[in-house]
Every structure is written in structure tokens, then in C-alpha cells.
Design a binder for this molecule. Structure first.
Ligand code: NDP
Ligand code: 8X3
Length: 249
């Protein structure tokens, strides 16, 4: 029987590439996001093994209604790929828009933990499952303007590590992926709200691509069931951690 994966944020970027890859690899995929027309297009592209399911990660009631609000034959979710997320703004903390901070926390942290909470009991009861979270190098390496975004991804890492402890003995795998610079998604357009500035982020680089993330997800899932990859930090070859900053004056 085909395994069922729920991929959040499947309307763009990593999530769309992960959904495409998993359907091609023989999984049934519940693809979520807010943009219904994108979900419908993915369903038209990938056929009956993809269920388009509109879900706003900031809608606590819709999350709480899961998995019961899914069609009966899609409720036994084996794999949760918690990918939906965003960065908003690059302003320094002392200048940042608090509404942006609230949205990042609400989506990347609150929605993510609520969804995890409702999906875990089924996995535990079936003694089978895999939770994959999308962290970021921004959760480890600080940079100017990374303030709350990086902090949400540090939360993702520690939450994912703690899940491993709670799920020990229940045959549920848990993995956190932490990519660095990755192009080919809408991440920088959403963050900077300016296409030219977003393009400039990747100028002269060969960044990771959403298909690289999908490849990594597929690999982590394909390993023998006794193998758990805890964390993967991945960067393009053109990126490395930088030095410390010094104020002179
Ligand atoms: P994109 O902007 O291309 O895609 C983000 C996805 O998240 C979209 O499908 C969007 O769907 C969804 N999303 C955002 N907010 C919500 C919400 N409130 N409810 C439901 N879905 C939501 O970004 P990426 O693919 O690049 O990023 C995916 C993940 O990877 C994010 O968590 C990001 O932080 C992380 N990441 C990205 C990196 C990069 O450089 N690109 C590097 C490291 C990590 P919709 O708008 O339709 O709701
Ligand atoms: C995205 C990577 O470096 O833009 O999480 O924060 S970065």
C-alpha cells in the first residue's frame, strides 16, 4: 500500500518540488497551502495520488480539525513534511515591523507545532511515521536582519530534537533539514517584496534548488526503517559560514 505524506507549503518552492518528487516516487501526497489555484494546478499535473487540501497555517481551528477533516482514505498520514514557512523583512530588530515578527512566529512556530501535535497520535497508534521539518542555516548562524526569522528556525531545530525523545520507542522517525542559500523559490520575493532585490540575492551564485531539497527528503525517507537521520545542514558549494562582526569607532 502506498504511504501517505502531507507536505505543507506545497504551492511553491521546496514544498511543490517535494510533492512532485514524492508522487513520482510512489507516495500519495496531501498538498497544502493557502493558494487554492496552485493546489489545483498541482493536482491536475500529478493526478489522483495528490490531494489538494487548502490549509492556512495561521488557522488554529482548521489545524485542530485535522486529520478528521481529510477524506477518510487520506487520514492515516505516514509522513509529515512541515515545510510551510516564511521570512518577512531584513530590517534590524530596532527597526523591524512587529506584525512581520508575529506572522513569522505564527506560521513557522505556532502553526507548525499545532499541526505536529494533531498528526502525531495517529503515527504513534500505528507505530509508524516520519516527521520532517524545514529548519534553516539561519537557525544556527546569526546575520544582520535575521532576528526573528532565525529564531523561529532555531525553535524548529530544538523542537525537532525534542520530538525524537518523546517519540522514542514508537517507531516514528524525525528529521530536521537545514538548508542555506536556495534559489528557485518565492522565499526572497516574499521576504523583500521586491523582485529586483530578490533576484539580487542570488546574483553570481549557484544556489541550492528546490529539487535538491526534494532529493534530500526522498533520500531520508528511502533509508531502511531502523535508520533515523536527525539533522542535515546543507549549503551550496558557493556558500560558507562567515566571520564575526566588529564595530569600530
Ligand atoms: P516559498 O515562499 O517558495 O514557499 C513557501 C510556502 O509556504 C508556500 O507554499 C506558501 O503557500 C507556504 N506558506 C507560507 N505561509 C503560509 C501559511 N500561513 N499557511 C499555509 N502555507 C503557508 O519558500 P521556500 O520554498 O523557499 O521555503 C520553504 C521552507 O523552507 C520555509 O519554511 C523556509 O523558511 C525554509 N527555507 C528556505 C530557504 C531558502 O533559501 N529558500 C533556506 C532554508 C529554509 P501559500 O502562500 O500558498 O500559503
Ligand atoms: C533561508 C536561508 O540565509 O536566507 O532560510 O536565512 S537565509
Amino acid at each position: 500500500m502506498k504511504q501517505i505524506a502531507m507536505v505543507t507549503g506545497a504551492t511553491a518552492g521546496f514544498g511543490r518540488a517535494i510533492a512532485q518528487r514524492l508522487v513520482h516516487d510512489g507516495y500519495r501526497v496531501i498538498a497544502t497551502g493557502r493558494r487554492q489555484e496552485r493546489l489545483d494546478a498541482l493536482a491536475a499535473e500529478l493526478g489522483p495520488d495528490l490531494l489538494p487540501f487548502r490549509l492556512d497555517m495561521d488557522d488554529a481551528a482548521a489545524i485542530a480539525a485535522l486529520p478528521g477533516s481529510l477524506p477518510q482514505e487520506w487520514r492515516d498520514v505516514d509522513i509529515l513534511v512541515s515545510n510551510a514557512g516564511l521570512a518577512l523583512g531584513m530590517e534590524k530588530a530596532q527597526e523591524a515591523d512587529i506584525a512581520n515578527w508575529q506572522t513569522m512566529i505564527s506560521t513557522n512556530v505556532t502553526g507548525m507545532v499545532e499541526l505536529t501535535r494533531v498528526m502525531l497520535p495517529g503515527m504513534v497508534a500505528r507505530e509508524r511515521g516520519h516527521v520532517i521539518t524545514l529548519g534553516s542555516t539561519a537557525g544556527t548562524y546569526p546575520y544582520t536582519g535575521g532576528n526573528v526569522y532565525g529564531a523561529t528556525k532555531a525553535f524548529v531545530r530544538q523542537f525537532t530534537r525534542n520530538l525524537r525523545c518523546d517519540l522514542l520507542g514508537h517507531n516514528v522517525r524525525v528529521t530536521n533539514l537545514e538548508p542555506g542559500l536556495c534559489g528557485g523559490s518565492e522565499f526572497s520575493q516574499v521576504r523583500l517584496r521586491d523582485n529586483a532585490k530578490a533576484e539580487a540575492v542570488y546574483e553570481g551564485t549557484k544556489p541550492l534548488l528546490p529539487t535538491d531539497i526534494a532529493e534530500t527528503v526522498a533520500w531520508v525517507l528511502s533509508l531502511p526503517r531502523h535508520v533515523n537521520i536527525n539533522e542535515i545542514e546543507m549549503m551550496p558549494v558557493c556558500q560558507a559560514a562567515g566571520g564575526l562582526a566588529v564595530a569600530r569607532g
